[in-house]
Design a protein around this ligand. Structure first.
Ligand code: UDX
Ligand code: ADP
Length: 472
């Protein structure tokens, strides 16, 4: 009896969506909040099965994640397909479902597809029999919390729903560290008595491991806009430094030196100033396009164009990288072999969404090249999926026959006409290029991440291009 009461008193959290946001976030909450039971649910049965399966093969790779799941799983962290049941039981429901860019209809290619969020809200409305706090976790456009509230009103029981915006700022590859030691936790709610109470309840969860001065509370709109704006600022820095890298390539300036000089100004800071082949990831492009769409909606054309330029420069940067490879291969890459080192959008993740490797490889294939891909963490199936998605049935099979996969660098690079480094994996930093050069007639490296030292590789490499440094 005593045990039963104890169990009933435990606070119940449900998280809908067991992806890159839901999985790691709930694992860290479970670790820090032993008084809460957390059930992460998903409609994707395969994903849940693998969250419950071999600890070394969780569906998401993040340094430190498997250790936390190992400590908490089936103690106060549970993964399940029983979505309705978990909704019924929970007092707090986090929504961490996907919010991709719309592929059709009004706002196609720009606005966010809210159908997953809306489905989720409908399911909550249908299954709720007690008061609930709904926490919008995934990045969503301004006004999403309002939209969720509207849908929840279809529940006619005498119960109260409070919708809170609590955007996630974790970056993939460092998710666990970002969650354990966040710069800030942002919680936005309605400025009413119930709204404030709900904000406090969410703040209480984080207070288990985050100090009060890092918990920022705002109204709903500010919270939603701050998330978009944070990502837009970060991406803007990358596009700014990438735009300058182009100038470096045509002058004698070196982007690493410029970046260091700029970043030394404490008002600017040194983070997110690394020039690259272009940013990727599920958030930056999507969030900026969202901002662009929002500004257009309100007739703010100049503001909209300002932010749109960040995405345009990113595309320009990827295309320019491909053009430089082609120029360096006598303007003809037909049937030439190009080795792609790295498919993930950054190191330490198996996520490939919006990865520069996808656009770069697609363009190379369209120009007639054959490619061989090596990535230490991304599966062959994911790469094929990405290529298929990018070609969208335009003779996909013809292009797929021109892609090979390798499980090691040396075999991937054999007889290659060009080796393009597209992800900054640590293992690419210490490749013995003298070994690689033995298996190529002329070793040409296109370093899209500026991870190699041109002085060090000089003796084994015939040609080297990087981003924003013309010297070799
Ligand atoms: C980003 C935000 O950082 C995070 O706060 C938000 O919650 C989600 O979006 P993420 O996309 O996971 O996180 O990774 P991030 O580290 O921001 O990198 C995004 C892309 O920019 C990667 O492709 C990365 O390689 C690239 N990048 C980053 C650069 O090209 N140069 C840099 O200086 C930094
Ligand atoms: P993110 O990077 O935002 O976490 P992911 O695509 O990795 O995005 O994860 C989102 C997860 O949400 C997916 O596993 C998807 O199956 C799940 N999902 C989407 N809609 C629903 C829903 N209505 N109910 C339960 N899970 C959902």
């Amino acid at each position: 009896m005593v045990i039963k009461e104890k169990i009933e008193k435990r606070k119940q959290i449900c998280c809908i969506g067991a992806g890159y946001v839901g999985g790691p976030t709930m694992a860290v909450i479970a670790l820090n909040c032993p008084d809460y039971d957390i059930t992460v649910v998903d409609i994707n049965k395969k994903r849940i099965k693998s969250w419950n399966g071999d600890i070394e093969k969780l569906p998401i790779y993040e340094p430190g994640l498997s250790e936390i799941v190992h400590k908490t799983r089936n103690k106060n962290l549970f993964f399940s397909n029983q979505v309705d049941q978990a909704i019924k039981k929970a007092e707090i429901i986090f929504m961490a479902v996907n919010t991709p860019t719309k592929q059709e209809g009004e706002g196609k290619g720009m606005a966010t597809d809210l159908s997953f969020v809306e489905d989720c809200a409908k399911r909550i409305a249908m299954n709720s029999e007690s008061n609930k706090i709904i926490v919008e976790k995934s990045t969503a456009p301004l006004g999403t919390a309002m939209r969720i509230s509207e849908i929840l009103q279809t529940n006619k029981m005498p119960i109260n729903f409070e919708v809170i915006s609590n955007p996630e700022f974790l970056a993939e590859g460092t998710a666990i560290n970002d969650l354990q030691y966040p710069d800030r936790v942002l919680i936005g709610g309605e400025e009413t008595k119930n709204g404030n109470r709900a904000v406090e309840k969410i703040a209480d969860i984080y207070r288990n491991w985050v100090s009060d001065d890092k918990i920022i509370t705002t109204n709903l709109w500010s919270s939603e806009l701050s998330k978009l704006a944070s990502n837009a600022f970060l991406a803007q820095r990358i596009s700014s430094i990438n735009s300058l890298s182009v100038l470096c390539d045509v002058t004698g300036a070196n982007i690493k030196q410029v970046s260091r000089a700029i970043g030394a100004d404490s008002r600017i800071g040194d983070k997110f100033l690394e020039a690259s082949v272009g940013f990727g990831g599920s958030c930056f492009k999507k969030d900026i396009l969202n901002l662009v769409y929002l500004c257009k909606f309100y007739g703010l054309d100049e503001v909209s164009e300002y932010w749109h330029q960040v995405v345009k420069i990113n595309l320009y940067q990827k295309n320019r990288f491909v053009s430089r490879i082609i120029e360096n291969l006598d303007n003809n890459i037909r049937n030439k072999k190009i080795t792609i080192l790295g498919w993930a959008f950054k190191k330490n993740t198996n996520d490939t969404r919006e990865s520069a490797a996808i656009d770069v490889s697609t363009r190379l294939l369209k120009k007639g090249a054959k490619i061989t891909v090596y990535d230490p963490m991304v599966s062959k199936e994911s790469i094929i999926y990405d290529i298929k998605e990018n070609f969208k049935d335009q003779m996909t099979s013809k292009f797929l026959s021109k892609i090979k996969f390798s499980d090691n660098i040396l075999s991937a690079a054999k007889d290659s006409d060009c080796i393009a480094i597209l992800t900054e994996w640590d293992e690419f930093k210490s490749i013995d290029w003298s070994k690689v050069s033995k298996n190529t007639s002329s070793l040409f490296i296109a370093d899209g991440r500026n991870i190699l030292d041109s002085e060090q590789i000089k003796n084994s490499v015939d040609k080297y291009i990087s981003v924003g440094n013309s010297k070799f």
